[in-house]
Design a protein. Sequence first.
Length: 510
Amino acid sequence: MSGGLLVAGTTSDAGKSVVTAGICRWLVRQGVKVAPFKAQNMSLNSFVTREGAEIGRAQAMQAQACRIEPTALMNPVLLKPGGEQSSQVVLMGKPVGELSARGYHGGRQQQLLGTVLDCLAELRGTYDAVICEGAGSPAEINLRRTDIVNMGIARNAGLPVLVVGDIDRGGVFASFFGTVALLSQEDQRLVAGFLVNKFRGDVSLLEPGLAMLHGLTGRRTYGVLPFRHGLGIDEEDGLRVSLRGTVRESNVSPPVGEDVLRVAVCAVPLMSNFTDVDALAAEPGVVVRFVDRPEELADADLVVVPGTRGTVRALEWLHERGLADALVRRAAEGRPILGVCGGFQILGEHIEDEVESRRGRVEGLGVLPVRVRFAREKTLTRPVGEALGERVEGYEIHHGVAEVTGGEGFISDGEGHGLDGCRVGHTWGTHWHGSLESDGFRRAFLREVAAAAGRRFVPAEDTSFAALREEQLDRLGDLIEQHADTDALWRLIESGAPQGLPFIPPGAPA
């Protein structure tokens, strides 16, 4: 087998990321050597590869679905929004500057097409199949001229396109038809068909509509995937999916001890790597929710101040919302707080920032003896250490350099030498994302939190976050295997779009 596929969507959040992961897991279970690819990703949810490259976390998740190590080739362009007007551009895993949307789409994006195509070609020369993910919609007609992630990459690489639509939000037939009808004749030739996502109910009631869609477009539907709870892993688009009162659908197993633990996560602006708290939500008896009001901290056993792309802006927001004062009171009372990356920096004494916000010296919350200076060089590492007597792994993505002037060390090298973070009482801070995915460390940390909160909570000794992640990926593979026409999908990946697909007017505007 040798081939590829572009998974596009009628909208953002149609399910492209999870469908791509599901196809990857289905293929690898058939013995296919497969890799994911997303030419350009806009996300604050990123990951660090073993070679120290920053890529979208969704592509890291898809690489795990393929049972391979993620690399910068799989996501050559990453855009990290810093506000409404500009984003940091990360090229081949390294930041290369800040650009406005106008500056990026006005010329810089098209300059990156060669790099993107080279990365895709290298992957296709190494793997049997490459499953590519698009971004937003391929019918964004105002951006088509400079597009390098949807039809731009499909046209240049000769990839067939499968369009995913979220039927749960309604209007899926109009979205499918309109997507095709707004593409040029050349682009339409590559759109092979559709995949319905998040369907609830009796599929037989949908079948007449699918037949009519085929008659109108000449394109088949490759499957109808049923709605499944808890499959929204490692999304790109911040909290749009996760803000449901709890993170994802938290583990429904009853608590092992007599009490539950309540975790409140401050929903700061430009939150990055919100998936850090997924490992907490996976623990039986741990309830995680995102909050934006001080009164919501009152019954929390642990408050998490997460990472953010705008540390100074997030600090201002905490003050504006009254959360800053609530956090300072909480620390004084000895009630547990965890700051991660930007959240760690916020809890310190002051921040010297001439890089991100360019605001100079800004006073922090002062609950940790830490002084932060923003360096122009970004720290991108995959460290390993020890904390609370347990091995801990993580990854670092930050400009801030912390000078710890007191308190206790948090993460060490196992020989008493500090590696990162600090602790004062029951306030902890660390730059390490993903540390809570280390099962032994997470359990030890939750035991300390429970003791400080006076809760009779006991962490489950058999919870493996890695195993839960594998189960989720297998469930995605099962969805494809059980509810998609895999024979037709196989032919599409191997042979490309069917010949003779009809043109649907009006086509792209002139």
